[in-house]
Design a protein around this ligand. Sequence first.
Ligand code: FAD
Length: 521
Amino acid sequence: MCQFCGVDPAFAAYFDDPADTNNGAEEQQQQQQTEVTGASNGDAPAPNFFRLKPTNKRYQAGGRITTQQLTTFGSSLSTTSRVIMGHHGQAYNNAIRRWSKCAVKRALAVVMVTSAEDVRKTIIMCESHGLPFVVKGGGHSPGGASSIENGIVIDLSLMTETFVKADEKQVVAGGGALASHVIKAAAEYGLACVTGSTSHVGIGGLMLHGGYGYLTGEYGYNFPSLAVDNIVAAEVVTAKGQIVWASKDENPDLYWCIRGAGNKFGVVTKFIIQAHPVASSVWGGSITYSGSQVKEVVEALNTWFAKHNVKAAAAVALGKGADGKAGFTVLPFYDGPEEDAKNNFEPLLKLTPTAQNTSSMPYWKINTLSDEPNLYAGVPIRFASANIKPQLDVDHIRTALERLDQLYAEEPNASGTGSLILMVQPDGVMKHKRTDMAFGWRDDHFDVGIAAVFTDRNLEDKMVAWAQDFGEYLSSRGDSYRLYANHSDFNGPSAREYGINYMELSKLKQKWDPDNRFAKL
Ligand SMILES: Cc1cc2nc3c(=O)[nH]c(=O)nc-3n(C[C@H](O)[C@H](O)[C@H](O)COP(=O)(O)OP(=O)(O)OC[C@H]3O[C@@H](n4cnc5c(N)ncnc54)[C@H](O)[C@@H]3O)c2cc1C
């Protein structure tokens, strides 16, 4: 009887595989092979909990485990953890749900872990049964980097415990924490951490692979400025099932790797993040302009940016406006009082927007303004990566708007498509050398995320191609080689996601994950 739902797994139709008639012989052979391989790798012998004789012959195609074994395995984990399988109905559907509908994949099982030890056991179980696995933090990768068909999801969503070490101004957060957990915990101490501009994104993906946010410019002035730069230490479960710390003093090479390429080197079960003081009230919101104002808006953005005020940042969204044409929504941010903010943003505020909704608010709140209800976008979305070197060029942006208009006209199903240019002062990003950590894009370019949003799933291939093409166009005024992994969605090529650090990463991959148990480089 399943410990989770009371259903007898033997009747779980989802796992039935009529083609399988080998009575478990294949699995036993697989187990033997795994033991041999494990021994030759010098791994410690695997614990007994998964060395279970198959009790039925229902295997998932591509997998080597039975529902019974998964159920028994689940009972070896912490009492708060769960193993969710297809026969769990709605609980399973919830467990494989993702921010983008494109990322929903039918996993063999979702292991909702609650400790590093649970993660370790799951990795060893997967190794023993020859099962592929992925790690899920906040589940926001639109292309499905945290979901898998017929494999195991190590789901960190229950590992969100977050607290502040006030003396050190550090936030300790579980590997599955969302930006909102970190921001809210820090806010109680007048502190903030660099996270992205949306509060329900997982810090796992965001911090380990870069992490541009409103505070990137300001913190860069005195402190490290990308989210990844603020990882002081991390507890990591490795491909071999070891639980280790990675910091400048412990396993410094692993620390180097996870800061930029975390999903390829281990499961981070705990982050120690440097926090910094933030004003009790910041200013922001949204200001909308029509596409016909492109010249004045781009010139105003350039004038504003040239003031080089590190307290200010702006996310500039290009997307469909109320008039049905591509236009601008500027999300301004200022870490300070409204009066100073309005002075700073004067070049933009003196234009005539089509809509404006700005005010002072606590820092945690500004990160919720772009949130979706219930953490899910509810539609298929794919991402692409681009970048633009300051200053913005009127003709370049005008053509970008025209390309969007052309798409809206051709594909009414893709009218949510757009892109976001994050304008932050680059001082702090460039404070690090390119080789200080795996994340090596230490330049003065604006990061640009492209979101292809469509209602018809059949458009996915076409929209991915469109988004990449649009990204190449935008990056023609930037570094056209550079890909930001959080926006290229880990689809590579890795050499472009890691640039100068790719060779060193390849070498260290051989040390920490020679069998590519985690995402490939
Ligand atoms: C609405 C939205 C807003 C965004 N805003 C910003 C922004 O302002 N700035 C910015 O820089 N980016 C932004 N992004 C991009 C975002 O940083 C990436 O999508 C990020 O990878 C999502 O992380 P996640 O943990 O939610 O996703 P997941 O899909 O869970 O994970 C993404 C990858 O990271 C791995 N991973 C996650 N957690 C861990 C962990 N603890 N240990 C090891 N590997 C792990 C997964 O295996 C997967 O490969 C945004 C994305 C969305 C959808």
